[in-house]
Design a protein around this ligand. Structure first.
Ligand code: PDD
Length: 297
C-alpha cells in the first residue's frame, strides 16, 4: 500500500516529498501537528482534530493556513490515494521557509504537509487483553504542553528509555510527584470506588482527543470522572491504570516500573471502557474490532 504525501499543493509518494532546509519547522520546531486515525476510510473525531489544530496555530500566531474545508478535502484525497482503509493521517504546518533568524519573518507562507499511511489497529486488541508496561520519568518538557508542536525531544528521549526498558510508554511526573501524562498519551488511574481520575486540562498536558471522547463516554455510562491531579504514589497504589491516544486508543497498564498494577491483569473499568471506545469508533466509521459473526447456514 503506497504511503502518500501532500506538500504545499503537491501529491505524491512520501519518498519524493521534500521541504526546504530553511523551513522553520526543521530549524526551530516552529510548527504544529496533528495525528488523526481513519478506519474504513473514515476519520475518527475529525472535527475535534481540526479544532485542536486551529488552537495550536493560534497559539503560535501562524496565519494564512488553508480553511478547515480545504484541509479536509486534502486529507480525504490523500486517504483515497493511500488506498489504505485503516491508517493514520499526519498533518504538520510550519510557519514557513525563511533565512534563519528567530523572530517571525515578514510575508511568510506556512508550509503544509500531510501524509497518510496504513496502520493496523487490530494489534491494539491483543495489547488490550494483555495490558502494557510503563516506566515513570521526570517531566522535562516546557510549560506549554497544551500546544501540539513538533518540539518533541523530551518525548523522544523518554519513549526511547521506555523502549529500552521493554515498556510501551513513559509516565511523566513533576518534581512534586504529580502525574501529568505520557510521552505521547494521556494517563488515568482508577480508584477503589471505580472513579476515573486524570490530570485536568491545563498548560501541563495536551488536551487529548481520545481523552475528550473517553471522558464523554464514561460520563454517559454513569462512570464517575474526576479531573484532578494525582501523584505517582497514588498511581502505584491504584487498582487500575490506563492510557489513551489516537493511535492506542485505550491500553490498560499492568506494570509500572518494577511492580504490577492491581492484580497485574487489565481491570474491569479499563476493559469496559475500551469496549465502549470501539463502539464509538464503529458508530463513526462502521469499523468493527470484533470478528464477523459467522452464519450457521
Ligand atoms: N500523540 N499527550 C501527548 C503528549 C501526545 O503527544 C498525545 C498524542 C496525546 C494523546 O492525544 P490524542 O488523544 O489527541 O492522540 C497526549 C500523538 C498521537 C503523536 O504524537 O503521535
Amino acid at each position: 500500500m503506497p504511503a502518500v504525501a501532500y506538500t504545499n499543493g503537491r501529491y505524491g509518494p512520501i519518498a519524493d516529498a521534500a521541504v526546504s532546509i530553511d523551513d522553520r519547522g526543521f530549524q526551530f520546531a516552529d510548527s504544529v501537528y496533528e495525528v488523526a486515525a481513519f478506519l474504513n476510510g473514515r476519520f475518527v473525531d475529525w472535527g475535534k482534530h481540526l479544532w485542536r489544530l486551529n488552537r495550536s496555530l493560534a497559539a503560535l500566531h501562524i496565519r494564512g493556513v488553508p480553511s478547515d474545508a480545504a484541509l479536509s478535502a486534502i486529507a480525504n484525497r490523500l486517504v483515497a490515494q493511500s488506498r489504505a482503509t485503516d491508517g493514520l493521517l499526519y498533518i504538520q504546518i510550519s510557519r514557513g521557509v525563511a533565512r534563519r533568524d528567530h523572530p517571525f519573518p515578514a510575508n511568510i507562507r506556512p508550509t503544509v504537509v500531510m501524509t497518510a499511511r496504513h496502520f493496523d489497529f487490530t494489534q491494539r486488541i491483543g495489547q488490550q487483553k494483555a495490558g502494557i508496561a510503563v516506566i515513570s520519568l521526570p517531566d522535562q518538557r516546557w510549560a506549554r504542553c497544551d500546544i501540539k508542536t513538533t518540539g518533541l525531544l523530551p518525548a523522544v528521549l523518554a519513549k526511547q528509555e521506555a523502549r529500552q526498558a521493554h515498556a510501551f510508554e513513559a509516565m511523566f511526573h513533576l518534581p512534586d510527584g504529580t502525574v501529568t501524562e505520557g510521552g505521547s498519551t494521556n494517563m488515568y488511574m482508577v480508584d477503589k470506588a471505580g472513579t476515573i481520575i486524570t490530570h485536568p486540562i491545563s498548560a501541563r498536558i495536551l488536551p487529548g482527543i481520545a481523552r475528550d471522547t473517553l471522558l464523554g463516554i464514561a460520563r454517559a455510562n454513569q462512570i464517575r470522572v474526576e479531573e484532578r491531579a494525582f501523584s505517582i504514589e497514588e498511581a502505584r497504589a491504584a487498582p487500575e491504570l490506563f492510557l489513551t491516544s489516537t493511535t492506542a486508543p485505550l491500553l490498560p497498564i499492568v506494570r509500572l516500573d518494577d511492580a504490577a498494577v492491581g492484580t497485574g491483569k487489565p481491570g474491569p473499568v479499563a476493559t469496559g471502557l475500551a469496549e465502549h471506545l470501539w463502539d464509538e469508533v464503529q458508530r463513526q466509521t462502521g469499523w468493527s474490532a470484533r470478528p464477523a459473526t459467522v452464519s450457521a447456514f
